[in-house]
Design a protein around this ligand. Structure first.
Ligand code: SAM
Ligand code: DTB
Ligand code: SF4
Length: 341
């Protein structure tokens, strides 16, 4: 039996046992959970823009934007609002429903927030959902962003508490949980996930997902990033994660957080169409869409559109068109439920 309501009391043993299921059993269960809560052939599209690039004082071992690693990235101060609005218009025209603005800060200064608030207001007025990721946030800062109408704040746990010290030393796991609590208290929706493929072990992947799933409520949006290896970052050269293990991570995230959007995030440029299709089958129902993430590449829009066409996937916010392979209407979801219950 599948539990009807999300749980927040998953144990390590339970989560590790999910990871160890035979692959077909795991995917069947994840797909069954998915069909209970979502239309199975719909994917939400978020477009990213870096609004302040590089020269970050933090030491996140995966990140090309840290000032500590010579990645050749051109740093850029907080950009002007006109450039943000132009990028948001383009994202909307291309079919995104959410626009996510990221800044390479440890935490924002109060005067930076004036500009970010204006960006949020302008992007929202275009009819897009807004998300920002600005580093650690104090309670009052979260309140200010909520006042500007911000929909989502992205702040990732990144990995398990046990592995965390190998990846970041300049802020603690506790700091991250505090920021998430401040965001939640201000009434902003939480986007929180992590990165795999950083040399962590299976228990770390399980524990990252368990840490996300014991948050109450669950994050509304859960980005699962596959490490993008950037030359001259400490994690460059890390052994790549087995793609099947990546798909398992998506499936377990779907089972643990049944009502959350699970985003197939960074790392898609090195994934095959078949691997992405398995991720969607495992319950991923959101992606970053647009040819750039923050500083690295993402698949071109045309490539993603071709993938959706092959898979009969409809982006959120679009009506299914005549001639589409399979309508993603509620009735198809219900059919699926009956078939898979
Ligand atoms: N500076 C802010 C912070 O760290 O909270 C916001 C921007 S930061 C780039 C947002 C997230 O992007 C990180 O927490 C990490 O999960 C993800 N990220 C950064 N570099 C990545 C990489 N090379 N591969 C995969 N994910 C990455
Ligand atoms: C998230 O979890 N992944 C995005 C977003 N939140 C901000 C960022 C991925 C960054 C990948 C490396 C880069 O492009 O700089
Ligand atoms: Fe800075 Fe964020 Fe990159 Fe860490 S992940 S170095 S905080 S930009």
């Amino acid at each position: 039996m599948l539990p009807a309501e999300p749980r927040h009391d998953w144990t390590r043993d339970e989560v590790e046992a999910l990871f160890r299921l035979p692959f077909n059993d795991l995917l069947f269960r994840a797909q069954s959970v998915h069909r209970r809560h979502f239309e199975p052939n719909r994917v939400q599209l978020s477009t990213l823009l870096s609004i302040k690039t590089g020269a970050c004082p933090e030491d996140c071992a995966y990140c090309p934007q840290s000032v500590r690693y010579d990645t050749g990235l051109k740093k850029e101060a907080l950009i002007e609002i006109e450039a943000v609005v132009a990028a948001a218009r383009e994202a909307k025209a291309n079919g995104a429903t959410r626009f996510c603005m990221g800044a390479a800060w440890r935490s924002p200064k109060d005067r930076d927030l004036d500009k970010v608030e204006a960006m949020v207001r302008e992007v929202k007025s275009l009819g897009l959902e807004t998300c920002v990721t600005l580093g650690m946030l104090k309670h009052e800062q979260a309140e200010r962003l909520a006042g500007a109408g911000l929909d989502y704040y992205n702040h990732n746990l990144d990995t398990s508490p046990e592995y965390y010290g190998r990846i970041i030393t300049t802020r603690t796991y506790e700091d991250r949980l505090n920021t998430l609590a401040n965001v939640r208290d201000a009434g902003i929706k939480v986007c929180c996930g992590g990165i795999v493929g950083m040399g962590e072990g299976p228990a770390d992947r399980a524990e990252l997902l368990r840490q996300l799933a014991i948050l109450n409520p669950h994050p509304e949006s859960v980005p699962i990033n596959n490490l993008v290896q950037v030359e001259n970052t400490p994690l460059h050269g890390t052994e790549e994660l087995d793609p099947i293990e990546f798909v398992r991570t998506i499936a377990v995230a779907r089972i643990l957080m049944p009502k959350s959007y699970v985003r197939l995030s960074a790392g898609r440029t090195s994934m095959s169409d078949e691997m992405q299709a398995l991720c969607f089958f495992a319950g991923a129902n959101s992606i970053f869409y647009g040819d750039r993430l923050l500083t690295t590449e993402n698949p071109q829009n045309a490539k993603d559109r071709a993938l959706f066409a092959r898979l009969g996937i409809q982006p959120d916010g679009r009506q299914s068109g005549i001639g589409d392979r399979e309508s993603s209407s509620v009735s198809s979801r219900e059919n699926g439920c009956t078939a898979l219950a």
